[in-house]
Design a protein around this ligand. Structure first.
Ligand code: MSP
Length: 560
């Protein structure tokens, strides 16, 4: 075991994590120790865990997709990456307790059914999570109990009379200043618009105030919240005098569906229970974890306060390093309207996947969604993009360049230095674009601007289509065999690079494309997009690649 200084700074932990032999990381009040065994995961991305009071919709899938595309991109960059990608379901609390009651099923049965729906939707959408956690799992409940005891022992909890408004839908207490009375006489949350009820009870409270300065310092020093607009919002909350401590329990007589507070008659507040899921995934036990802190935590803007204030406050109280990055995204509207059960406009991922397929659904959401602004799901527009980009720009290009009419030898010709003599403004432009493409896509994907990465790839493919159109390979076949090879080599190279870069977005479609081009899995890494066939190192060992014989239709046009 290795002893580390009393206060373990995040960077120091990270450095330790990169050493090959460490397995368990231990954070305690006075010392931090790391046991030396095996190399821990070096990348850890999380999604929020989803409430099971209702079935999955496209907003939920979007959160998971952002994390999935990022994880897939990191794996593209490092195929040996030992990473954790966690998602799961948030199954305790008043909201779920009430939803279960309405169905007549026991809460556990109810949770089993809905949790399975989330897992199924994510599996159908090819979300490549490594961990699917449920807060009703026994090991998670044990971690919540351990964390509770640690907070109590550390003097971070106290009993108090707590009177406040409670929103069951948001599972949060709200001060009077954030509540409004409407014409129907009921009170509602100003922020979410959800109904609130008055609660006056003796609860356990967490000393959030104690952590205020440290959280502010974390935000100022590390700038972990992206996009920046959300960071400003958090700073404003932290600078508001009214922040106060928070209640972290509810009387068991009101809320029985949850983790019991040790030795008492209370239930742990659902948000404390839920946030601890990230520690459970990290293998928290007896103050040790096998991987910490998370590299990126993805979350929607509605749960910013819980992740950017409560969560770091709990971690600080536990003497644990804070997440490296919080990636906040905005919401999806459907045809400009907020999704809601009562309006009947909730879009279910399974319906989309069954109608258009998993890749199309992924493409629609990642092509259209931007983290800093609400996205609008407009079916007409989405289908337009799918047909234009996946079917025409990408699919047709593959068909054209692989058809026997244009490519009778059914090969990717090797690059020859004399091809330079056929260069035109358009071909030079294309080569330049392809050379810059990996870096542009990397910047976009790393920052969760997947739409931007897609646009860069589509730009390259559009230029490739123009190039084919200009060169007319169907005529060259009869007039200039060598120039035909040049056209095929360059356009198929563009397809190869684009196919690899689209893997995080549309994994199945990209795989089909790369199989057609006979690119082996070991040649499908991000590194391989940086080596084009005309680069000096490639010219020495170039050989003909035979196209796969199977006929493929990459993306069938959707007609509605
Ligand atoms: N259970 C809590 C999270 C606990 S994490 C420790 C929760 N669950 S949720 O099911 O309501 O939301 C899960 C995620 O889905 C959140 O990131 C939320 O922002 C996201 N979305 C819910 N509706 C959404 C849209 N309409 N659009 C995009 N994402 C949305 O909060």
């Amino acid at each position: 075991m290795l002893k580390l200084p009393p206060i373990l700074l995040q960077n120091e932990v990270r450095r330790c994590l990169t050493k090959p032999d460490f397995k368990l990381i231990r954070f305690t009040r006075k010392t931090s120790t790391i046991s030396t065994e095996k190399s821990p995961p070096s990348y850890f991305i999380t999604t929020p865990i989803f409430y099971v009071n209702s079935v999955p919709h496209i907003g939920h899938l979007y959160t998971a997709l952002l994390a999935d595309a990022h994880y897939r991109f990191r794996k593209l960059k490092d195929p040996d990456l030992n990473g954790i990608f966690s998602t799961g379901t948030d199954e305790h609390g008043m909201k779920v307790q009430q939803a279960a009651l309405k169905t007549g099923a026991s809460p556990q049965e109810y949770c089993n059914t809905v949790s399975e729906k989330f897992r199924h939707a994510f599996d159908q959408a090819a979300i490549s999570y490594t961990h699917f956690i449920r807060t009703t799992d026994d090991n998670h409940k044990d971690v919540v109990t351990e964390i509770w005891n640690k907070l109590l022992d550390g003097g971070h909890l106290y009993r108090d009379d707590y009177s406040s408004w409670y929103s069951v839908q948001d599972e949060t207490f709200l001060p009077g200043t954030q509540v409004e009375q409407r014409a129907d006489g009921h009170h509602y949350s100003c922020e979410s618009g959800h109904k609130v009820e008055w609660a006056s009870e003796i609860n356990w409270c967490f000393r959030l105030e104690r952590q205020r300065e440290s959280i502010l310092k974390w935000i100022n020093d590390k700038d972990p919240i992206r996009p920046a607009v959300f960071s400003n919002q958090v700073k404003a909350w932290l600078e508001d005098d009214r922040l106060g401590d928070i209640s972290v329990s509810r009387p068991m007589s009101r809320l029985s569906w949850g983790v019991a507070v040790p030795g008492g008659e209370d239930t742990v507040y659902v948000w404390l229970d839920a946030l601890v899921n990230y520690l459970t995934v990290a293998g928290y036990k007896n103050g040790s974890v096998s991987c910490w802190p998370p590299t990126v935590q993805v979350l929607g803007k509605d749960i910013l306060k819980f992740h950017a204030i409560y969560w770091p406050a709990f971690l600080l109280a536990l003497d644990m390093p804070l997440p490296e990055r919080l990636l906040v995204h905005s919401h999806w509207l459907v045809e400009d309207v907020k999704m809601s059960k009562s309006l009947g406009n909730v879009l279910c991922p399974n319906d989309l996947i069954n109608s258009y397929g998993s890749d199309a659904t992924r493409y629609m959401l990642l092509r259209e969604g931007v983290p800093h602004m609400d996205g609008n799901f407009c079916k007409h527009r989405m289908l337009h993009y799918l047909n234009l980009e996946l079917a025409d720009t990408l699919g047709n290009l593959l068909n054209r360049t692989c058809s026997t009419g244009v490519n009778p030898a059914q090969v990717i010709p090797p690059w020859k230095p004399l091809f330079q003599s056929y260069a035109t403004e358009l071909s030079s432009n294309l080569m330049e674009h392809l050379e810059k493409l990996p870096e542009l896509v990397e910047q976009s994907y790393e920052n969760f601007y997947f739409y931007q990465g897609i646009v860069h790839v589509m730009d390259a493919l559009r230029i490739t289509n123009q190039f084919v159109q200009e060169e007319k390979p169907w005529d060259l076949k009869k007039t200039n065999q060598e120039r035909l090879e040049f056209v095929l080599a360059l356009s198929l190279e563009s397809l190869r690079i684009s196919g690899i870069l689209l893997k995080p977005i549309v994994p199945t479609l990209a795989e089909t494309l790369l199989i057609k081009l006979n690119i082996t899995p070991s040649q499908q890494t991000f590194q391989h997009t940086k080596k084009n066939t005309w680069s000096p190192c490639a010219q020495t060992n170039q050989s003909i690649i035979e196209l796969d014989k199977q006929k493929v239709v990459l993306f069938r046009k959707i007609r509605e």
